[in-house]
Design a protein around this ligand. Sequence first.
Ligand SMILES: NC(=O)c1ccc[n+]([C@@H]2O[C@H](COP(=O)([O-])OP(=O)(O)OC[C@H]3O[C@@H](n4cnc5c(N)ncnc54)[C@H](OP(=O)(O)O)[C@@H]3O)[C@@H](O)[C@H]2O)c1
Length: 313
Amino acid sequence: MAHAIVYNTFGGPDVLNVIEIPTPVPAAGEVAVSVKAAGINPIDIKLRTGMRSSKPITKPRRTGSDAAGTITAVGEGVDGLRVGDDVVIFSGHGMYATDVIVAADHVQHRPPQVSAEAGAALGIPVGTAYQSLRSLAVREDDTLLIHGGSGAVGQAAIQFARLWGATVIATASPRRFDRVKELGATPIAYGPGLEDRVRAAARGGITVVFDAAGTEEALDVSLAVAPDRNRVATIVRGADAAGLGIRAFSGGSPTPLSEQQVAWRTEAIPVTLSLMAAGHFSVELAGSFALSDAAEAQQLVHDGADGKVTLIP
Ligand SMILES: NC(=O)c1ccc[n+]([C@@H]2O[C@H](COP(=O)([O-])OP(=O)(O)OC[C@H]3O[C@@H](n4cnc5c(N)ncnc54)[C@H](OP(=O)(O)O)[C@@H]3O)[C@@H](O)[C@H]2O)c1
């Protein structure tokens, strides 16, 4: 029998329960995957609490988008994927589970250099960072300010921007400065005086801003230092972006992602897996929990973990 995490009502971590589910069987165009690791993202928590609106709950609701595992069955019409293949799953549904079904086009082979936990850390953070920086047309003559540079999305964004030749200044807690430096960015602390620190760190000025923090301070400083609001984007305060004249990619934005933006989120996964296999991209892991400890794991993410937290079914 397979198991999955579900919730029947919006609320705190204690609404998460493990239930038995039938062993999933893939339909045409799908594969079944035995999950080795599932990544926890802040959106899982926002949806669980009801902070991010979603449809009313009418049946036990599964959660989790990102995972890595091994294919156990292949549906009709699926090419290039076989039973036994190690894969990374992105844009999945209900990945907090021992066994899942996923559309074959949401699966990529996992190279041996990439652990299951690292593979489970990619989908949402890497897809969002890559798409956002592509949408902002970040290039080598840019000086990019990232709010939340020490987080999963921020760390991915630093690495893409550095690979594309940009100079990066990234906010983080001082205890996280070493990690931000290691990725090639100049770390600065968020908090009072942030605008002065940004200006001191970016002598030639900031040309583009990526907000993965979503605080009033991050938005205020972004507007103060950026010469062009069309090159300021938030992934957290999507509902406020239009009023501020800045861009938003999901994060509560009423404007859906464009086809190109969705394509970039997908493209990010094989691009990142290749970079990781070559040793040019890294993921920070904070630790893993048993599936039955999903509530504790989500609480750690909510409180602020240093790296990606995963569930190991
Ligand atoms: N729109 C989208 O498609 C999309 C996709 C992915 C994520 N998101 C959102 O983006 C945000 C970041 O996601 P994530 O996965 O990177 O989360 P994460 O790994 O938990 O990172 C959180 C980041 O926020 C920073 N932070 C915490 N308190 C802060 C404050 N008061 N001021 C400035 N920065 C602060 C943390 O810095 P320290 O740890 O150094 O203190 C860390 O860098 C979340 O709100 C998430 O829901 C949106």
